[in-house]
Design a protein around this ligand. Structure first.
Ligand SMILES: N[C@@H](CCC(=O)N[C@@H](CS)C(=O)NCC(=O)O)C(=O)O
Length: 207
């Protein structure tokens, strides 16, 4: 029995939920974090001493860090290889882009997301938001270039590596800003947002 703690508007929780939905894996989701609380309680901290979401229990096996959770779920449960490449090199490419979404993609997106979605208009710092837009445009240009050669980020098939990037893309294309034209990135995003497994938790309104 799989239990996932974390509010459904968190990008890191969404990565894990999208992964389960794409694999067709049943789970129980429990709201936790921000307004829901729970993540600072002793019971929660005993599972995840960081006090962050998501956290997962697989029949008592506790795991945190969204990317470690995605890899665990893919390797343990995706025996049909729906989103988990059989080939180690393709797996490594999917893994590379998954971590890149954290280390390169989220850095500028965090400023844009918090500035535009979680800050009231009268309190926004437009200079910081503009710098975040510029940063996002730079990293997404790199993704656009990759997607000019391949249908998906790790090659010709959809993999778990597309999930973190598509969650960033959803924020990029949904937040009301002026964006440079990145046609391959946009085309790829439109294909992914149409996938029921992704759209259920990855395609909603931002909050
Ligand atoms: N590297 C961690 C980051 C976890 C993280 O920063 N989670 C945020 C939500 S995206 C959080 O717990 N924020 C506090 C809260 O929701 O109360 C992961 O990928 O799981």
């Amino acid at each position: 029995m799989l239990t996932i703690w974390g509010r459904t508007n968190s990008i890191n929780v969404q990565k894990v939920l999208c992964c389960c939905d794409e694999i067709g894996l049943p789970y129980t989701q429990i709201d936790a974090g921000m307004a829901f609380g729970i993540n600072k309680t002793d019971d929660y901290l005993a599972m995840n001493p960081n006090g962050l979401v998501p956290t997962m229990s697989d029949d008592g096996f506790i795991l945190w860090e969204s990317h470690a959770m995605m890899r665990y779920l893919c390797r343990s449960y995706d025996s049909d290889h729906l989103i988990t490449p059989k080939d180690e090199k393709t797996f490594a490419k999917a893994d590379q882009w998954t971590d890149w979404a954290h280390t390169a993609g989220w850095v500028p997106m965090r400023g844009l997301f918090w500035g535009m979605v979680r800050t009231p208009p009268e309190q926004r710092n437009q200079a910081e938001i503009n710098a975040s837009i510029e940063g996002c445009a730079k990293v997404f240009a790199l993704v656009d270039q990759q997607l000019s050669h391949h249908a998906y980020i790790a090659g010709d098939a959809f993999t778990f590596g597309d999930i973190p990037l598509a969650l960033l893309a959803h924020r990029w294309f949904t937040i009301g800003i002026e964006r440079p034209d990145l046609p391959h990135f946009q085309h790829w995003y439109e294909g992914i947002i149409a996938r029921p497994g992704f759209a259920r938790h990855g395609g909603g309104a931002l909050s």
